[in-house]
Design a protein around this ligand. Sequence first.
Ligand code: ZN
Length: 93
Amino acid sequence: MKIPKTIKTYCKKCKKHTEHKLTQYKARSARKLSIGTRKNIRKHKTGYGGMAKHIATVKKQNKKPVFTAECTVCKAKHYFVIPKKMKKTEFNA
Ligand SMILES: [Zn+2]
């Protein structure tokens, strides 16, 4: 589906609707020494209970696309999710 490069949406910082630039959101890798990561490893990957199970063999085809929207007035960034599953997203030229 084709998506416009700029949208007009509400900015929490400006407290009004402003122009926003859209870019594809990319998750950074988790910090290995953070307390949450260590707790997760302790809970799921150690001892007899730490055997991996329910590993998905079929990958999901469609996802709800997530974008980073940047306000052109105050440069604040926030998430912008399109609440519809789609296979492919493309920005309008
Ligand atoms: Zn703003």
